[in-house]
Write a protein that binds this ligand. Sequence first.
Ligand code: NAD
Ligand code: TYD
Length: 347
Amino acid sequence: MMKKVFVAGGAGFIGSNFIRHLMAQRPDAHVVNFDALTYAGNPRNLADVADDTRYAFVHGNVADAAAVAAAMRGCDAVVNFAAESHVDRSIEDAADFMETNLRGAYNVLVAARDLEVERVLHISTDEVYGPATKENPRREDDAFLPRSPYAVSKAAGDMMCHAFAETYGLQVVVARPANNVGPYQYPEKAMPLFVTNALDGQPLPVYGDGLQIRDRLYVEDNVRALLLLLERGERGEAYNIQADNHVSNIDAARTILDVLDKPYDLIQFVEDRAGHDPCYYMDWSKLRALGWQPEHDYTDTIARTARWYAEHRDWWEPIKSGDFRRYYERQYGDRLANARPYAGTSS
Ligand code: NAD
Ligand code: TYD
């Protein structure tokens, strides 16, 4: 049984949901949350557990090998969420992505090996496989064809885990989740951006024709799978995590507007993302064999997410009024000035 879990990147979206789940499900487990608090890290995501004696926060960067090793000492399990996670930012500049997603992953693995940590879980992504369709879903041992700088940096970290399992016998397991949606997701990502813009009566910037497809995996389903993999995943194995809630971006935008009772003409078609992957699709029978099933379908996932943001303006309003505004202007200023309106579209 795990006594002390080192979590890297636990102040972000999935990491904070995971820590909350872990502490509720494993009352004996202690957590060390090691996080650099980049723009995406937010201590408020874990305000409800911050005073728990089983929880400790360490402000540190995974690119700093000595800091990682010092904070990990005494832990018997490790989960690595720490990453630069946004594809559009990686298109602007991927230097931090290489530093955190590759060097940082390497440092976490080295420390876990040297400290003889019993179990390591590394969070990768479905994007390492590159585009795939329902007719030809990717399996865990399929080739990687990552197409964005983000996906390449994640593929490199993922492969490093396999090297550590093979070379040093490290008990490391890799999780490859689909697109997560739910509470505490930074509003640069499509779903929280669309929801919060809709709540403010602002345009929903849909890239290209909006026909690109993503799974919408509710984050609570994902963190259940992650705890299962941390405890029961096999050494050196990767596991796909998908909810089969695939839907196009334009349909997702319309669902959000339906749930919030807002007009479709808030949708604006804007210049597409460069190298935009049309769809990801995975076979997840390996995870199903461990007993996991998603509990939230697409409609439930979107409705819960939209309601959470409607009820938590105090969480996202400070984010959207801070540095985020400069990013928003860079990413969407020209796009929205040259947008194609929703009205009259046949999409
Ligand atoms: P996020 O951007 O919300 O959070 C990332 C966290 O990592 C933040 O708390 C940030 O402060 C921290 N961090 C960043 N650089 C760091 C560094 N150098 N050292 C220490 N901490 C650092 O990301 P997320 O959406 O929660 O994603 C978590 C993980 O899951 C990432 O590895 C991501 O690639 C992967 N993933 C995410 C999704 C998704 O839909 N969000 C899907 C598949 C995989
Ligand atoms: P995103 O949430 O950035 O996740 P990822 O690129 O990692 O899948 O984007 C999800 C989908 O939404 C993707 O097809 C790109 C699209 N998208 C938009 O149409 N508009 C936006 O403003 C953003 C951020 C994304």
